[in-house]
Design a protein around this ligand. Structure first.
Ligand code: SF4
Length: 354
């Protein structure tokens, strides 16, 4: 780190150590930040009257159990090969997880990227291959790229089951529960900062943060300082080496071509209008829901699991009576313990720090 960088971190630490102002609730929205914050020891650095809460930014955690039921249905009733990121395999559905379906003979193939799923479809032309497309602005472009590749290759046996989401409506939905957000740097790198800047007009404050300890401590101090100075909503980009006002034009164009906004169900938050992304009608042949006329499911969440409240920042994992007892990363009861980005998994991994 440069001398200048060291001085900036020392100044940020001093701001946090000396803060004696009003009580603040700050939400780090994304799961990657939740883990990075634990790792950096930032929770221990925060002043007593500043509460850091975790938000709904883990893609696996906010994906409702209905989606797992849809995927299990495709695997068991339509004999489709389900290609998916590994984390989703263990998320409980209402009857079973995808791991459970696999133990009953379903073909569930973990992949690292949606392009891997296209390649799998190319080499298995006699099978229908469905990719489970979850995630936020960071992963949606790669799902669109997969559809583009499949389209160009003339594949008829590849489709995606979408549960893609956008963050801006979630910021709005939770705005009354928090004083300010730590916005996810990687999401802002794609969409740019215009949206989050505009949110100040709706009374929503926040700073964009990177993921290193020094970036996080600087962003937290900026946020605390701005909150204490005035009640006016604010926005700051504390990750300018990566995040620009316009974001990635190429990624946004690609998504715009293949997908459009739609209402989406978030675990714990219910339906948030226009917070999801689905394939446009022109690409219905690649939309598993339309291609296979997937029925709608209304899954129940596991009894006792408080994932929904945790995703809204209403309680902490350690408030859940199942935490660390019947629910562990080895035997997860709810989605927040399954995913590597999940809040419950982070609290478990880093010792249940409150
Ligand atoms: Fe759900 Fe387990 Fe988290 Fe409790 S500890 S809220 S059961 S994931």
């Amino acid at each position: 780190m440069t001398e200048e960088g060291k001085q900036a971190v020392a100044k940020a630490r001093a701001i946090l150590e000396n803060y004696k102002g009003k009580k603040l609730r700050i939400m780090e929205v994304c799961g990657t930040h939740t883990h990075a914050i634990f790792k950096a020891g930032l929770r221990q650095l925060m002043p007593e009257n500043v509460e850091l809460i975790s938000g709904p930014g883990c893609p696996v955690c906010v994906t409702p159990a209905d989606f797992i039921d849809e995927a299990v249905w495709l695997a068991t009733e339509k004999n489709a090969v389900i290609t998916t990121f590994g984390d989703l395999v263990r998320v409980p559905g209402s009857e079973m997880s995808l791991a459970g379906a696999r133990s009953e003979g379903a073909d569930i193939v973990p992949v690292y990227t949606p392009i891997d799923a296209v390649e799998y479809a190319k080499t298995h032309p006699d099978r229908e291959v469905v990719f489970l497309s979850v995630g936020f602005e960071t992963t949606t472009p790669s799902a669109c790229l997969a559809v583009q590749r499949a389209e160009k290759a003339g594949l008829k046996n590849f489709s995606i089951l979408t549960a893609n989401k956008t963050m801006d409506e979630a910021y709005r939905a939770l705005k009354d529960s928090v004083d300010a957000y730590i916005y996810p740097g990687h999401v802002c790198a794609i969409v740019g900062t215009r949206l989050t800047e505009e949110l100040t007009g709706e009374g929503i404050s926040g700073v964009v943060a990177g993921f290193t300890p020094s970036e996080l401590v600087t962003a937290a101090a900026t946020l605390v300082e701005l909150c204490s100075k005035s009640d006016e909503p604010f926005f700051r980009n504390c990750y300018p080496r990566v995040v620009t006002r316009d974001g990635s034009t190429a990624a946004k164009k690609l998504v715009e071509k293949y997908m459009e906004p739609a209402d989406a169900v978030w675990r714990g938050l219910g339906i948030i209008p226009k917070s999801g992304m689905v394939l446009r009608d022109e690409y219905a042949a690649f939309d598993a829901r339309k291609k296979f006329s997937v029925p709608s499911f209304k899954a129940k969440n596991p009894p006792g699991c408080r994932c929904g409240e945790i995703l809204q920042g209403k309680c902490k994992p350690t408030d859940c009576p199942l935490f660390g007892k019947t629910c562990t990363p080895e035997h997860p009861v709810g989605a927040c313990m399954v995913s590597q980005e999940g809040t419950c998994a982070a609290y478990y991994q880093y010792g249940g720090v409150v």
